[in-house]
Write a protein that binds this ligand. Structure first.
Ligand code: COA
Length: 262
């Protein structure tokens, strides 16, 4: 299916039907970055995650499901990471149609595909307990794009894994928005998911995205570089770099993931 190439996620269907969205939860505990605690999550639940490529099953893997409820929102100094609203669809379709934003993706989603992506993202929050947050700039109330976590289920040496990813409108670039939002999403992910690490990956030439990964303290081992199986052999974007971030130890909870600024 073409939308499988428009990641993240590159592949994102599962064998589980989306459940109803998580009920409203107490928002107060995530009000400020200082409230984001790195805790050892309760024992993991997991489920069998079935990936599909062009309608064909190609990989089955186990992935964690958050053991704690999804916070209603994550707030940083300048940003609000929240669930998606109908008003986000138009600006999201616009950024998905921007050739510069989508320079490192094999194609640009149509308006309908962009809307469908939001539906899948919202379904993932209900199903997995994590997902790609809509990022809003608090001062203006303007929707900037998404940052958050996503299951990586395609076949690769490091999968199944939880990925952190981002896609923002061009007007918001270069102000540390992606880094600030990702720190909040990662802190929440490590607090609620029983994972030892969260990864990120992109095509080799996506220097902006790689810089965000570096600023987050993620590490890159060239031995982990891989060919993305959703792209055909010889495709210029097929070669990918992998960055890893291990679960912070309790003593490091005041470290980079705690900081809100980029
Ligand atoms: C990648 C993206 C999310 C970054 O958003 P952002 O809010 O501008 O990110 P930040 O400001 O936190 O950090 C960007 C860093 O990249 C640097 N940068 C920008 N252009 C660069 C380039 N061409 N080469 C190297 N570094 C570059 C910036 O200087 C900044 O680093 P610094 O803080 O050390 O100066 C945004 O560019 C985007 O949405 N790109 C299109 C979608 C995409 O590629 N998503 C990732 C797919 S894996």
């Amino acid at each position: 299916m073409p939308h499988a190439l428009l990641g993240p996620p590159y592949s994102d269907t599962t064998s589980r039907s989306p459940s109803t969205l998580t009920a409203k939860t107490d928002r107060s505990w995530m009000r400020s970055p200082s409230a984001i605690a790195i805790v050892t999550p309760p024992p993991a639940r997991s489920y069998r995650h079935r990936g599909w490529r062009f309608g064909r099953q190609w990989h089955v893997a186990s992935l964690p499901v958050a053991s704690l409820p999804v916070p209603a929102e994550l707030c940083t100094d300048r940003l609000r990471l929240r669930r998606w609203q109908p008003e986000d669809l138009e600006p999201f379709a616009a950024l998905n149609d921007d050739p510069v934003v989508m320079e490192h993706f094999p194609s640009r989603p149509s308006g309908a595909e962009s809307d469908a992506m939001v539906e899948r993202i919202e379904a993932a929050f209900g199903r997995d307990g994590y997902g790609l947050w809509a990022v809003e700039v608090v001062a203006s109330g303007r929707f900037a794009g998404f940052t958050g976590l996503w299951p990586a289920t395609f076949e690769a040496p490091f999968t199944p894994a939880v990925e952190v990813g981002w896609r923002l409108a061009r007007w918001s670039w270069g102000r540390g928005v992606a880094t600030e939002a990702a720190r909040a999403a990662l802190a929440d992910g490590f607090a609620r998911l029983a994972v030892d690490e969260i990864v990120s990956f992109t095509s080799v030439g996506n220097e902006r995205s790689r810089r965000v990964m570096q600023k987050l303290g993620m590490t890159h081992d060239p031995h982990d570089d891989f060919e993305h199986p959703a792209l055909p052999a010889g495709h210029p974007l097929r070669r990918h770099v992998l960055y890893r971030l291990g679960r912070p130890r309790e003593a490091e909870a005041d470290g980079p993931l705690r900081s809100a600024s980029g």
